[in-house]
Design a protein around this ligand. Structure first.
Ligand SMILES: [Zn+2]
Ligand SMILES: [Zn+2]
Length: 332
């Protein structure tokens, strides 16, 4: 039986419409995994030896005299950091210069690695760098929203194979980000605590959508998942800004992120995905009503006319089945 479900925070609706004959393993991808790529590709701008093809790094981690991670300004950035932030009116229309900061994190020297196949140290360096850059960009007065994300694979919007993630910081907080913040603020005014903390308690009680619990994190497929195998990783301790993640939490975050992406890669044969860290805007800082998290959206289906027209997503894979499938994956 199909059912409507509502996202507790954003109030958006989804339709969970399981197709009876189909089980989560229908989403196993037919493709060659990243292991079929070479460890070094001569014409890759992120491979060692081609450093001059990117702007100089703004941050790097070295090991034995070589870089093992580099953060470089995005050469093909949609936004530039030398413009003004002033809003301008053109008749009734509003615009502003495309001010912002766009950086690429090159996470490994090896062309053919991914978070799921890296050394744990590389994953740790990656999430440590997320915090470093998040904190550094938080100090830029004009910026207000820092988005850290990964596009993995062509369906997720990248043609670059070399392991990398991106940071885009903007002076604008869009309605897509602000509306859930309003909703969580209203909920906090009403109930006196963080709606995400409450949701996590409920998920732990109900158990069916939990993928994994670690000392500091909870991994789950959300109740109102918009697409098959949507996964969220929440810090257990209440914290609204990613800037406040502690060192022990950061270590656990590396472990849990790799574990989750291994489950996806093993279970569904390396699907393409986007992941995004959603944190409060910089100027909101550490607040009671919001809770940062990382969301993983595997690219297994394509939003079509109904989704685009209504914002109501039809999801053919119940999150309870997806969580059960992911819990059952054996990690080597
Ligand atoms: Zn490369
Ligand atoms: Zn919370």
């Amino acid at each position: 039986m199909p059912e409507f479900r509502q996202n507790m925070v954003s109030k958006e609706w989804v339709i969970i419409a399981p197709e009876r004959a189909k089980r989560p393993d229908q989403f196993v991808q037919e493709k060659e995994g990243p292991k079929s790529l070479p460890s070094h590709q001569k014409d890759c701008p992120f491979c060692p030896g081609n450093e001059s093809r990117t702007p100089p790094p703004v941050f790097s981690i070295e090991r034995n005299g070589n870089w093992s991670l580099r953060v470089v300004p995005n050469k093909f950035a949609a936004l530039q950091n030398h413009l003004t932030t002033e809003r301008k009116h053109e008749g009734r229309f509003l615009k502003a210069d495309g001010f912002g900061v766009a950086e690429v994190i090159v996470e490994s020297r090896f062309h053919n690695r991914a978070i799921a196949t890296m050394d744990l140290e590389e994953v740790r360096n990656t999430v440590l760098t997320y915090r470093e850059r998040y904190v550094a960009l938080s100090k830029v007065e004009q910026l207000d929203l820092i988005t850290i994300f990964r596009n993995y694979g062509e369906k997720a919007g990248t043609s670059l194979e070399h392991p990398h993630s991106q940071i885009i910081a903007t002076p604008i907080v869009p309605p897509h980000v602000r509306n859930p913040l309003y909703q969580s603020q209203l909920a906090c005014d009403t109930f006196g605590n963080c709606i995400y903390c409450g949701m996590m308690e409920e998920e732990v009680d109900q158990e069916v959508r939990i993928v994994k619990k670690t000392e500091h994190f909870l991994v789950l497929c959300p109740f109102a998942s918009r697409s098959p195998f949507e996964i969220r990783i929440y810090p257990k301790r209440h914290q609204s800004s990613f800037a406040t993640i502690s060192d022990p939490e950061l270590n656990d975050f590396a472990l849990v992120l790799q574990d989750t992406l291994k489950r996806l890669a093993i279970g569904l044969n390396d699907p393409d995905y986007n992941y995004i860290i959603r944190s409060t805007p910089i100027k909101d800082g550490e607040v009671r009503y919001h809770h940062w998290y990382l969301v993983i959206v595997p690219k297994l289906t394509t939003p079509a006319g109904f989704e685009i027209g209504t914002g109501i997503y039809i999801n053919i894979a119940p999150p309870e089945q997806c969580a059960e499938f992911l819990r059952g994956i054996q990690i080597q």
